[in-house]
Design a protein around this ligand. Sequence first.
Ligand code: ADP
Ligand code: MG
Length: 710
Amino acid sequence: MIRPDSPLKSIPKITPKYQKVLEKMGLLTVRDLLFYFPFRYDDFSKTVELSQDHLGESVTVEGEITKTKLNRIFKRRMTVVEITLQDKNGTPLKAVWFNQPFILESLKERAIVRLSGKLEIRGKYFSMNSPAWEKASRDATNTGRLVPIYSETSGISSKWIRWQIKPLLISAREIPDVLPVEIRKKFNLYDIHTALSQIHFPDSKEKLIRAQKRFAFQEMFLVQLKALEIKNQWDKNNSIRISFEEELIKNFVSRLPFKLTDAQRKASFEILKDLEKSKPMNRLLEGDVGSGKTIVAAISSLQAISSGFQVAIMAPTEVLARQHFESFCKLFENYDFNIALLTNSYKLINCHPRPDRGSSLDSRFHKNDKKRSGLLQKISTGQTNLVIGTHALIQKDVKFKNLALVIIDEQHRFGVAQRAMLQGETMHISDGKNNTIPHLLTMTATPIPRTLAIAFFGSLDLSILDEMPRNRKPIVTKIVTPAGRKEIYNFIRHEIASGRQIFVIFPLVEESKVLSEVKAATEEYKKLSEIFSEFKIGLMHGRLKAKEKEKIMKEFKNKKTQILVSTSVVEVGIDIPNATVMIIENAERFGLSQLHQFRGRVGRGEHQSYCFLFTENSSTKSVSRLKAMEKTNDGFEISKIDLELRGPGQFFGTLQSGLPDITMENLTNIRLVKCAREEAQSIMHLDPRLKKHPLLADELERFSKHIHLE
Ligand code: ADP
Ligand code: MG
């Protein structure tokens, strides 16, 4: 007997060839296949009589085959099957299929069949091109209904999947329902069996929607349960309490060359309040590019260090880590702090406390490749107060003495494993008596709308910098078609002549295309070197060694080069206030939020800045999307538009989070999120370990294996 956990291998109809493909798709058991959902449906539910009224529509026609014909076109090595069918009124229809001669084994004269497809007219006859077909004596599976379409990227046809799933649905009756019956009743949700059969073979649109609603709820419910579980787990930890010293902070803030925005003030206060608690902070600081997150991080660090504890700041790239290191050395110039930079290629650089005034920053760097162990010792003895670095920070040999605060910048750019590790063992401080874990502040420049952030990061507290420093001049953004390129090049000459600098970004579409992107950027670099032979141009891409990247960045920063051509993989989180022009090639290949990130690289200084979106694709759709960039400089506004256009997956990276697409889509459904969250809360409140809900506990464990919400 076939059961939900039977391996697909045990099903005779699935030949080894198919088994292999299914295995590659991660489908091993009957259950897996049953939970492999269609991604869309063709609506062939309308069975019609042949008539002009239905021309151009997707319909199903039933009738008798009156003639069959097989044509071979030798020149093109092609076969064409043509059948003629008469509906019950005797109206004929001709259907053709290319290169499927085997169809004739099933479709014989006098057979009664259903054909589903788009109804057209060819010559004197109604016609259909490669319609789906099925004998009329069969249950409607492929025709005459809403027909499920599965992803066919792996080389398995939807038709094949449909034939496999149909009989397996019987064993679906054995799948226990993880949603408690009270919840199902409350929200009028299908039970699991009905939902499974309706999602694969919907009897009507209404029933399909109800089935989808059930799975959406289930997924969102699990997401929320998981978030609460993480939060409960996190809240069980102890942390070091750091008292908020108002004088200290006021003093620091009053010496800044600018006034904090209200949003910065509020976020800093929220963090300082969290640090006072004996349970660790787990807060996300979200703010548009340039909203001033660094200062908020500095204020938090200042309090922790002044109270006698260590702080670690982690950035996703070496260039960014180095930049933070320089900023923090400067910000804390009047404090007696020992600051270190730790990355894989620098090993360790120390910024000595109380540098002589007037000495250049670089002379204060103490490069110490060989004495890595000696300097690691400084961290372990607590002599170093602040360590800034890349993921080199979470290597096993880095031990802290009394680490109280960890700050992760641009957290979305770290891998999940790295983030988990940061929160995990290596950062625990064991002083022998009480185990504590550091307070955690993560920062991201992806302006995710608040409701969405709460839905997704349910386990985190949230501070949002929704206000830009006042001195910012809006960046002028323009879409440029090939005809306008020359004019922009002239403009660039003019800007460079006035002393400014230029970024040119080349798109990376997929990670695997890294090489071809490098090639494209290198070619562009050569081309621009000819066009702008009077200027010096730098080239950055992912294949360069850290040292080379560093050198190229430095040359740009020191104005040795005027134009920096870069691929999109490379660290662009850098601060070059003198750069005023951002050119993005093939801009239509990027999402709006990503374009906005690039644009944020300019407009950091006192000069008017510009962003030019080059596109060769003049399709109205892609241009109208880019127009949003011309209209607004507000990252939250842009992410809202992007959310509508491309769904929420892009913000988190579906692959990275492991959430299925439907859940991603549903994250924007505020009502759904709210209901799922409330139900999750009430269950977790009464039964935090889900002891009374063993099915749910099992499902949550299965679910946890492939999603990451931290
Ligand atoms: P991001 O949020 O992108 O990390 P940064 O912290 O790098 O932004 O800040 C961008 C720039 O804005 C820095 O040069 C910083 O000194 C400056 N800045 C930060 N806060 C303010 C403010 N309140 N007023 C004016 N400038 C500010
Ligand atoms: Mg930043």
